[in-house]
Ligand binder design. Sequence first.
Ligand code: 13P
Ligand code: SF4
Length: 353
Amino acid sequence: MPNKSLITAEELYTRLKNIKVGASVCQYSLKKCAELVPVINEIQRLKKEKDAVILVHSYVSPEIVYGVADFVGDSYKLSRDAMATKAKTLVFVAVRFMGETAKILNPDKEVLVPATDPGCTLADSITAEDVRRLRTEFPEHTFVCYVNTSVDVKAECDVCVTSANVYQIVEQLKSNKVYFLPDKFMGENLMNEMKKRKVAKEILFWKGTCYVHEEYDAAAIFKVRSEYPDVKIVSHPECNAEVVRNSDFVGGTEQMLDYMRKAKASHFLMLTECGLSARLQSEFPDKNLVGSCTLCKYMKSNTLEGILQTLKAPTSLQRVHIEEPVRLRALKSLDAMFEYTKHIPVKKSAVCE
Ligand code: 13P
Ligand code: SF4
């Protein structure tokens, strides 16, 4: 549901004042909010004029999440939101593979990606050519791709998954031979989780990593646990297996927020990108964050000015274009994902309810 009204500096400050993560990048005074408001309100005006909606991943800067987002969430929820909206233009404030996913699902809509550096170390770790070679090497395996892949890679795979549904989908697969790509840590976590659930599957995986999540190690968890005995450790499945084993909850970014919304504990260590910690501080100010977080330079290459420029006059690089034959093949892997998850309800956008 689009934000309808213009915002004041005081209203913006109310949403941003409790955010303390990411040093000066994500800290706000009333004066800073007053400087941001004219750009925000120009974006709101242009959005209506151009029949556009703005979809925002939780990792981008808080002034974007709380200033201009119509939809905010994780990659799974945003892909559902992109399908549900009737707007003509989707401005995908995240990284390229997420904009591509929206375009695969909405070929008749204009999809724009304002990030100046829209990469992702996972999506960039594997090519369609790599997958074609792997398929000849492992012809009996079902190829499962994480959503953090390019459209060309999705087109070579059987089913797509996100961090929110990877375990449920792989558990349901008929084949007992699975090739998971591109995240080696998520692949290991998937293997361990299937063993825990007593699901017999041979799981092979590619060697990609997320440069943000591979930074975390279990030593940080042990240190925090010794200082805060009631702390809950909440991690993303892109973290390594030891981190995951020592966590109280593991899930996609929206599931992590949900867990913390319901948890009784007062201290949390979040092992994921700083944007999610910022959402926690803004939306649950009575819960305390301990430890530090890491920034994703790709997600953080989105700015309010970049969104404004994209709405005014997108460059050809910012417009997502996908050749139809590739789109149709990639669509099959996304359709397979939606088929496996059709019984799971999708939550409404927290920012826009
Ligand atoms: P989510 O789908 O959990 O939001 O994760 C996307 C991502 O890029 C994590 O690094
Ligand atoms: Fe990619 Fe990691 Fe950034 Fe997510 S946090 S977009 S996986 S580089």
